[in-house]
Ligand binder design. Structure first.
Ligand SMILES: Nc1ncnc2c1ncn2[C@@H]1O[C@H](COP(=O)(O)OP(=O)(O)OP(=O)(O)O)[C@@H](O)[C@H]1O
Length: 607
């Protein structure tokens, strides 16, 4: 492990060698949280004689899982040895638990059960929402709002303090306000919610289906029975790791605590400042509760490590990001200031997209930047994203700009429903057989099955397991050589040398439908801290909510203006280059800054 410890800093090494059963690692962005848990796993494998199957890592999403796998591989390369401990998402672990529950006839589901999105229960019976929320004529909206409320109340956030596992627990005479983004708030009475829940329970029973939250609820119930299922699932591992702990819900916390046995160790890693899923049930207080619970439960076996040195970004980028988080403790681990971030004012999203396309072209063609080093981040809009559409349009106007296929999400609904059909037709067949029997080899189905096989799936039953992991967020794998366009949520845990963030203002970022301004700030914090060397923040100043662009100007940034519709309207004879009117003084500042930076870098080389 010598090489590894010469790479890790003191706090990271402390977390790796800590032999306490219950460990919380709190780590700001870029401080090596993923690096540290990957190193701790390799340490257990190499120095403690632990086998890969003794370890179980739970990640919050599939994207986070791949980050961890990549980090384990990278560190294994440094060390010259490695291992591949199992990494599951919460949902796939819950699914496995239920599979054991079915085997031991302890589950309320039967063999061959399926998982659907909550809104899809309506496909089984239109009566599901009949007579509910009669004041709203848009019935799809009613279905979405009720599905949302049903999920939130079982997750235990926002609507009620504790996760509710049964409709009988819903308090009478309550009215819940459900934020439906561009549709505003929808009012749902407890009577409506009870009726919806009861009807879903009937469908679940008859059709042998559940939804994602249903997986967690049922798995927790099975573990609490303390019988065969609990024994079977908890005897397979010793060391449990949970990544992105700040994004777990109260229901996931309950699932985890039911899973944990006295012979297990548990390491959780997270950062409250990167909580960006509260709309979806995340509860960052789980981080504090972990400390309170385990430091009281077994004080001699509890440890806490805080990582604060950010190795990813330059000082200037960290300084800008820290403006958005009051108690951010991240400090630069890198001595160089780097280039000042660019704050670019435009009048519209379309102009922002033009600016990005022009800059990206310049970076690639004139500055030799590799397209794979560039990432464009936008604030997700629930259904439609003008930012992404505009950027894609503008990039497509320039030839030879490779855009990652990741930007085009696979039509997951159709792909996955076809895979589910295949599963039903070829029940229990080995997957290599299934591939050879398939007539229809397009639309990524074969690729999907092969990917599942690479992850250890053997037959169609395992395929469902894999579907559970990916169904919520199936995307084509990234190509390293292309420009990446992602939502901030999807970019969590990733890093890129050059990052563009749009669009700060115009009710896009902070998003007008999102009442939680602190969550919007955390989202921007996550976006800004994805950048390693160069950062471009694009938007509009002066806005009725808090203006994020104005706030950026309080940091050490280069302030540019990309004008304007006027130029566009008189564009005959105006060259594309003339449209980029950078404020002269800031342009000079940029050159000065570059020269200073080069000088500093030369000096640093001397030491
Ligand atoms: N001790 C170290 N010395 C030098 N570089 C390091 C060290 N630890 C981590 N790094 C580098 O810092 C970057 C960030 O590390 P990592 O991705 O593990 O951070 P993270 O805390 O998981 O980030 P985030 O929370 O933003 O996802 C990576 O490029 C990693 O290789």
């Amino acid at each position: 492990m010598g090489d590894l410890f010469s790479y890790l800093n003191e706090e990271q090494a402390q977390a790796v060698i800590s032999n306490k059963k219950y460990l919380q690692i709190t780590a700001g962005p870029g401080t090596g949280k993923t690096t540290t848990i990957a190193a701790k796993m390799l340490f257990l494998l190499s120095d403690k004689g632990v086998s890969t199957d003794d370890i179980l890592a739970i990640s919050f999403s599939r994207a986070a899982k791949y980050q961890l796998i990549k980090k384990i591989d990278d560190l294994s390369d440094i060390l010259g040895y490695g291992g591949k401990p199992p990494i599951l998402t919460f949902h796939s672990l819950a699914y496995r638990t239920i599979k054991f529950g079915i085997h031991y006839e302890e589950s309320r589901y039967r063999s061959g059960f399926n998982i659907i999105h909550t809104e899809e229960f309506l496909n089984f019976s239109q009566d599901l929402i009949k007579g509910l929320c009669p004041q709203y004529t848009d019935r799809d909206l009613v279905n979405s709002a009720l599905s949302n409320a049903y999920n939130l109340i079982r997750q235990g956030n926002k609507l009620e303090e504790q996760p509710l596992n049964d409709w009988k627990c819903i308090p009478k005479d309550r009215t819940y306000h459900i934020n439906m983004f561009q549709h505003g708030r929808i009012l749902i009475t407890s009577n409506d919610l009870v009726a919806f829940w009861k009807r879903i329970s009937v469908i679940e029973k008859i059709k042998n289906v559940t939804d994602y939250q249903g997986l967690i609820t049922e798995a927790t119930r099975l573990l609490k029975l303390k019988s065969h299922t609990l024994h079977k699932i908890t005897s397979t591992f010793q060391h449990l790791f949970v990544d992105e702990y700040q994004d777990t819900s109260l229901a996931q916390e309950a699932f985890l605590y039911s899973l944990l046995q006295p012979h297990h160790s548990l390491t959780v890693v997270g950062d409250k400042n990167q909580t960006i899923y509260t709309f979806n049930g995340s509860n960052s207080k789980n981080m504090d509760r972990f400390i309170n619970h385990f430091s009281a439960y077994d004080p001699n076996n509890f440890d806490f490590v805080n990582l604060v040195k950010n190795y990813r970004s330059t000082k200037n980028i960290i300084q800008l990001a820290n403006h958005f988080i009051e108690d951010s403790s991240i400090k630069p681990g890198n001595p160089l200031n780097g280039l000042a971030p660019h704050v670019v004012e435009t009048h519209s999203i379309e102009l922002a997209a033009k600016f990005i396309a022009k800059k990206v072209k310049d970076l690639i063609e004139n500055e030799g930047v590799s397209p794979g080093d560039i990432c464009i981040l936008y604030r997700k809009n629930s259904e439609y994203s003008p930012q992404k559409t505009c950027v894609l349009e503008q990039l497509s106007l320039h030839e030879n700009l490779p855009v990652s296929s990741l930007s085009k999400k696979i039509n997951s609904e159709s792909l996955l429903s076809r895979i589910l059909k295949i599963k039903d037709i070829y029940e229990d067949e080995p997957l290599d057989e299934v591939i050879s029997l398939l007539n229809d080899k397009d639309d990524g189905i074969v690729d999907f099955i092969k990917e599942a096989m690479e992850q250890g799936a053997y037959d169609t039953d395992d395929l469902t397991d894999y579907i559970v992991e990916v169904q919520e967020n199936y995307q084509v794998e990234e190509e390293d050589s292309s420009i990446t366009i992602k939502t901030v949520h999807d970019a969590k845990g990733l890093e890129f040398p050059i990052v563009f963030v749009l669009y700060l203002g115009d009710r896009e970022f902070p998003h007008s439908s999102q009442p939680d301004i602190e969550e919007e700030k955390r989202l921007l914090y996550v976006a800004l801290t994805r950048a390693k060397d160069q950062l471009y923040v694009i938007g509009k100043r002066g806005y009725e909510f808090e203006s994020f662009l104005d706030k950026c100007l309080h940091s050490n940034v280069i302030h540019e203006r990309f004008h304007s519709e006027v130029n566009e309207e008189h564009s005959s004879g105006v060259s594309e280059d003339d449209k980029l009117l950078i404020d002269q003084t800031t342009k000079e500042l940029e050159i000065l800054e570059k020269e200073k930076q080069e000088e500093l870098e030369k000096l640093m080389e001397l030491f």
